[in-house]
Design a protein around this ligand. Sequence first.
Ligand code: SF4
Length: 260
Amino acid sequence: MEIDELNKMIKGCKKCRLSVTRMNAMCGEGNLNAKIMLIAQAPGEKEDREGKMFVGPSGKVLDELLNKAGIKRHEIYMTNLIKCMLPKYRRPKQDEIKTCSYYLNEEIKLINSKILAPLGYYATCYIFQRYGILSPSKAEFSSIYGRLFLAKDKKILPLPHPATLLYNPDFKEDLIKNYRKLQVLLKDCKWYLVCPMKRFYEEGKLDKKWIELYCKGDWGNCVRYRMEEEGRFHPDWMLPDGTLDERLQKEVKYEGYHYL
Ligand code: SF4
């Protein structure tokens, strides 16, 4: 299916009760070759009236957060888990998610972004379920925002919904920090070419997940990266999360490697 055909289906959809109360069913918007796909929960009132993504108050906040992360709207693809407005901003019901997520699944296939960034609780729960990742309890949910997860060929970065700042302006610095990770994910770590992790991986001595999660993922969160930046000594057998790997230590001693 092509994106135009999918969007036509979305615009005319009457598969659930939300079609009665909406003005516009919202299609995704943005770059069809985007590396990053943002997945919000559902359109707000202004979005419903105008038929455009993120034109209301949350959109202003989103623009500011993307701006601070050095990312332009036209570089990414934005869509919703639920394509129609939820009356009085109520929570989505499970049957609505089940029915409407057909469109999101098709968008994920068509756009094929490597990085999926679900915004807020419901979008994140849905994406986690789709990729077989266990969701934490609601009480612990905020701890996963800004953390990178790997699933199949995707990198998943759950982020707080921009609307969070409309109710809790005190979280602004946290949100800025989390959204900046989108920029981090777009490029590899600058130390990768000379890092022992690269060589261990290429020699089959290190699991690929370390490279994808850190070197080609959230390198800003890598202990090796931070120590390198601060000019602090760290052995070659230290993993990106800071743990010392005895197996790698033996390799280094045995083969007498010398890295930077
Ligand atoms: S292990 Fe850390 S420092 Fe090394 S390349 Fe990966 S992210 Fe960069």
